[in-house]
Write a protein that binds this ligand. Structure first.
Ligand code: IMP
Ligand code: MG
Length: 176
């Protein structure tokens, strides 16, 4: 099988500038406070690692792995927690960090869960948003880029487990 070369959609420099700006915004919004960054694995791991270094505040970092079941075109799908946080978020300023919001099911479920667990505040940072199918109950507080309804890979995002290591966000034009 011939390797597919994803076409560049958002380049490395554009990502870096945007992530820096999001970090500054978070730093200003939470001045004088501590934030708990909840990185949604695996897709958000690169975005999150750059974002936390752009935040000039005390940061507690924790991880969660979720998987969604059911038809993504329907809002009735289920989100299952595969790996839960290691610490309580009670009384914490939680910032959920996600790679991409598509239907919004994943982040809506996690936002609700963080509220149920007694977080002091819950904010959402997402590198990407595909607004076409989105059923976001809450707005994205810190958004990198809005994109068209295309399947993207790179900078943490995968197709069948591949392409996460790319430094840019690309589109797979052939094969899918
Ligand atoms: P949602 O629950 O429908 O918002 O789906 C969000 C999840 O679907 C993300 O965390 C990704 O894991 C995955 N996803 C959605 N669109 C893409 C894409 O274009 N590339 C890679 N993963 C995607
Ligand atoms: Mg994901």
């Amino acid at each position: 099988m011939q390797a597919l070369n994803p076409e560049v959609l958002i380049g490395e420099n554009d990502i870096a500038l945007r992530v820096e700006a999001l970090g500054k915004a978070i730093t200003q919004d939470f001045a004088g406070e501590e934030v708990t960054v909840v990185c949604i694995l695996k897709g958000a791991f690169i975005f999150c690692s750059d974002l936390v270094r752009a935040i000039d505040l005390p940061v507690i970092l924790d991880f969660m792995t979720v998987s969604s079941y059911g038809n993504s075109a329907q809002s009735s799908g289920q989100v299952k927690i595969e790996l839960d946080l290691s610490d309580s978020v009670k009384g914490k300023n939680v910032i959920i960090v996600e790679d991409i919001v598509d239907t919004g099911l994943t982040v809506n479920t996690i936002i609700k869960l963080m509220r149920e667990r007694g977080a002091k505040s819950v904010k959402l940072a997402s590198l990407l948003h595909k607004p076409q199918k989105s059923q976001m109950a809450d707005k994205i507080d810190y958004l990198g880029f809005e994109i068209e309804d295309k399947f993207v890979v790179g900078y943490g995002l995968d197709y069948a487990g591949k392409y996460r290591e790319l430094s840019y966000i690309g589109v797979l034009n052939a094969g899918i």
